[in-house]
Ligand binder design. Structure first.
Ligand code: BGC
Ligand code: BGC
Length: 848
């Protein structure tokens, strides 16, 4: 049965196929760049094992191995494939140098894979790589993983505070201990390489990766980055450096990822070269002082040029001036962003100095093109030999040739994580040290343990929220407390403390109560995100999430003392929340050991103080919704943080003027940018259920007529691929309950634009629809477009909204701005769905 809007109205559509084309890729010059006259200091000398000497035994072995390798073997060593698209047999047949598992990628696709499952897959890759191949040498494969706050892709792993919290704690010895604990966990799963630490010197907290960095100050980043590397790898020249409980570390993302204009992920850092050196390079100099063995290149650009194409910065500066002799790895499909490149070909990046290419999915065509490019000299053999030598050097230093199967290092089978209790204590200590107390009116903290306390707010009993991105899944979304066995939520930690002290803790996320509690602890803040999906236009909190402020005000008005615990990956404008609360704690993203929060909020038995707040702000806290620039726009400066004993008088109220204009409410015109922008959500529909929300565990429509997966367009997983099997009518759409009013917006002629890739053309009529609360709506027949437009490439399609309005779309209540529906077979991908003013070119889809 067809829907009402499916019939009739398509006659007005004329499809223009000539203006298709994507203009979203960042244009950049791939030349070597014109360096300014800036001196980059050489690295400081570092103590090294004698065996690593330039003419020492490891170097001689590396050269001897290189001399026996075929071209195919060399190219294979330079490639890193993703475990979902490379089997052990592939590792053997293509001599792959490395595999990685991306965020949210697990052995067998099983999010609950055990330590033993991980190690046994590692063994299979290892054995495949060691398969004898005539007189060619066997080179052990190296597996890399984003262990960025604990071994965070692994079910049951302890999650430590994200780096921003470690920046607030600023305890180098503790960071080193955390690095060591994480390394031991990673090794127990058979993995030898961690893509950590991030040493971004973050300048603008609107960046979605702010929490992955330690802070704003180059010296802070340098100090903790060095400690993290020492923890992961072991100290330079120590007997256990790169030993069986250590992993190879990565300083990332080289260079200037934290300094892009506006905090745009993968954006452009326009700083001068002197600033790049004195600010953004701080963590590389210090990571080199800890002898970091790998460096990952940044997706971002410097002065308009993609780092992945910058021979000047990678080869001249990093490998030359800074004396880096380890391996340089590219970021996920990032080579394709260098002008003239694709995922499957990028001589410019390799010639710029990248040694290993993270080519998660398209590694096979890349392998072929690289072999051709080596044969024709597009990539000089000397460059290939240098890259492979670096890869062999790192593998030899890490002992890969001696250690045997990853699961049984030193003959000890490793089936579970190691020192659990000690590690939990360490993580809890890190939580305690990371919390920053911004307000403590009348010294309301610490609370006594024998009271009745209500724990309210969306974050009260929410492990995903307190862990943030890179927690089991890449985005940290689509999980629940059940996915984190052994974890302690903030509420649980409070309940333990209070119960032991003779009090009661009541969990009430919405803040309702029968009898007023003695005090309320309200835990709220950001939902998890990673990378560009976390980019913001402004730093406003109550402007985006008014419900938290409403809750605080309601409790306050009822005369209940209120303690706010704010979970966030960055400082945000929370002046109204701070004014309303008696105490305000910036808790960042503490991870699985929520007990560390209660440690600071409550006094011990008999009222004595057990711990104090020692965390200090690693970023200035904003006084407006824009990043702080000066005292007037700063609520609390870098380094601020109260201790319990500080007797502050009444704190002056902060200004509550957000200064936010309508214009910056991005979701009014942007519906899907790397993912749906709240309040918009993606739904699937077919006759068994017209409104199935798309989640990690539910990616098909109710009758399985339509299946959706995340695919890469411009960045990792920024597009949705939708495959209709032709067994019945099904649709994919974006919707926000109640709808949006576009009356004002449409005073300017606008088009709905989206990126589209046609993988398989439609077998029958396909409809593009917009609903003004179904059945109100209008539609256009896009079958001709889908049949005639170029396939297998990204196109930009635009639809004249005036036509939809003429055809019945009521602009006052647009609930579904984008819907595609067909009964037939169809395979497409879509992304970047937004409203934009009609420009010089006519929209692709027009009224006839
Ligand atoms: C991130 C890197 C990460 C890589 C592998 C990329 O999207 O930028 O930080 O190491 O994915 O997961
Ligand atoms: C479904 C509705 C859905 C709408 C999207 C309709 O076909 O019946 O449940 O909300 O599509 O506009």
């Amino acid at each position: 049965m067809f829907h009402k809007a499916f019939r009739g109205r398509s006659a007005w559509v004329a499809v223009i196929l000539t203006v298709l084309g994507v203009s979203m890729a960042v244009a950049a010059d791939s030349g070597p760049g014109t360096p300014a006259a800036v001196e980059w200091p050489a690295r400081a000398p570092v103590a090294r094992p004698a065996a690593w000497a330039p003419d020492g035994p490891l170097e001689q072995r590396a050269r001897a191995l290189l001399g026996r390798m075929s071209l195919e073997q060399k190219i294979g060593q330079m490639i890193q494939a993703e475990i979902r698209s490379a089997s052990p047999e592939d590792v053997r047949d293509y001599h792959l140098g490395s595999v990685l598992n991306g965020g949210g990628s697990f052995p067998g696709g099983n999010a609950r894979a055990t330590v033993a499952d991980w190690a046994s897959l590692a063994d299979r890759y290892y054995r495949a790589s060691m398969t004898p191949d005539g007189d060619r040498p066997a080179i052990p494969v190296l597996w890399g993983v984003d262990a960025v706050h604990g071994h965070n892709n692994v079910y049951g792993a302890i999650l430590y505070p994200h780096n921003i919290g470690l920046g607030a704690a600023n305890d180098p010895r503790m960071v080193e201990a955390i690095g060591a604990a994480v390394a031991a966990d990673v090794r127990r799963t058979g993995i030898g390489w961690a893509f950590a630490p991030t040493v971004a010197v973050v300048q603008d907290a609107r960046w979605g990766r702010t929490y992955e960095g330690f802070g704003h100050d180059p010296a802070l980043v340098a100090g903790l980055g060095e400690s993290f590397v020492r923890g992961l790898q072991g100290a330079p020249a120590a007997s256990d450096q790169l030993g069986p409980d250590r992993v190879i570390a990565t300083a990332k993302h080289f260079i200037g990822d934290g300094g892009t204009d506006g905090g745009t992920d993968q954006g452009d850092n326009t700083a001068s070269e002197a600033t790049l050196r004195d600010r953004d390079a701080a963590g590389y100099y210090s990571a080199l002082a800890a002898d970091v063995q790998t460096v990952m290149v940044s997706f971002s650009s410097w002065q308009g040029q993609k780092l992945h194409g910058s021979r000047y910065l990678i080869t001249d500066v990093l490998k030359g001036r800074m004396g880096f002799d380890g391996l340089v790895v590219s970021d996920w499909n990032a080579i394709s962003q260098v002008p003239g490149c694709s995922n499957a070909s990028c001589p410019a990046a390799i010639n710029a100095g990248i040694d290993m290419i993270m080519a998660p999915t398209d590694w096979k065509p890349l392998y072929k093109t690289m072999i051709d490019q080596a044969r024709t000299g597009v990539i000089p053999m000397a460059r290939i030999d240098d890259a492979v030598l670096r890869i062999l050097r790192v593998k030899l230093r890490a002992g890969l040739f001696e250690q045997g199967a990853p699961s049984s290092l030193m003959g000890k089978p490793r089936e579970t994580f190691a020192a659990r209790d000690a590690d939990r204590q360490l993580a809890r200590e890190a939580v305690r040290k990371s919390l920053v107390l911004l307000k403590n009116q009348n010294q309301i903290l610490p609370l006594r343990r024998d009271i009745r306390v209500m724990v309210a707010g969306a974050g009260a009993d929410n492990i995903p929220m307190q862990s943030g991105g890179w927690s089991l899944t890449w985005q940290g979304t689509e999980t629940s407390n059940a996915d984190f066995p052994g974890a302690t939520s903030v509420y649980r930690g409070i309940a333990q403390a209070v119960t032991a002290g003779g009090g009661t803790a009541i969990l009430s996320p919405d803040g309702s109560y029968a009898t007023p509690p003695d005090a309320a602890i309200v835990v709220f803040g950001e939902e998890p995100y990673a990378e560009g999906k976390g980019d913001l236009q402004d730093l406003g909190w109550s402007t985006r999430s008014p419900k938290d402020l409403a809750l605080l005000r309601r409790l306050k008005a009822a005369g209940i003392p209120v303690v706010a615990v704010f979970l966030s990956g960055r400082p945000l404008w929370t002046s109204p929340e701070i004014n309303t609360s008696d105490a305000f704690v910036a808790a960042w993203l503490p991870g699985t050991e929520g007990g560390g929060v209660a440690d600071l909020l409550f006094s011990g038995p008999g009222g004595q103080r057990l711990h104090d707040f020692t965390g200090r702000l690693p970023f200035a806290w904003p006084a407006t919704t824009m990043p702080p620039k000066d005292p007037a726009t700063t609520a609390f400066p870098v380094g601020y943080g109260l201790s319990l004993s500080a007797t502050t008088g009444a704190m002056a109220a902060l200004s509550e003027t957000s200064g936010l204009t309508q214009v910056s409410r991005r979701s009014e015109t942007v519906f899907f940018d790397r993912g749906p922008l709240s309040p918009w959500r993606v739904f699937l529909g077919d006759p068994m259920g017209w409104q199935t929300p798309l989640t990690a565990t539910q990616a098909t429509s109710a009758s399985n007529y339509l299946a959706v997966t995340k695919v890469d367009h411009l960045v990792q997983e920024d597009a949705l691929r939708a495959v209709w099997n032709g067994k019945g009518l099904a649709q994919i759409y974006l919707q926000s309950a109640g709808g949006a009013d576009w009356t004002t917006l449409l005073k300017t002629p606008r088009q709905l634009a989206f990126s589209l890739k046609i993988n398989a053309r439609p077998s029958t009529t396909t409809i593009l629809r917009m609903d003004c609360i179904y059945p109100c709506g209008a539609s256009a027949d896009i079958t001709r477009l889908l049949k005639a437009a170029p396939s297998d490439q990204w196109l930009r399609v635009s639809v004249d909204l005036a036509c939809f309005v003429k055809a019945g779309l009521d602009p006052r209540k647009v609930e579904t701005p984008f819907l595609i529906s067909t009964q037939g077979k169809l395979d497409i991908a879509v992304s970047y769905i937004q409203l934009e003013p009609v420009g010089a070119q006519r929209p692709t889809i027009n009224c006839s």
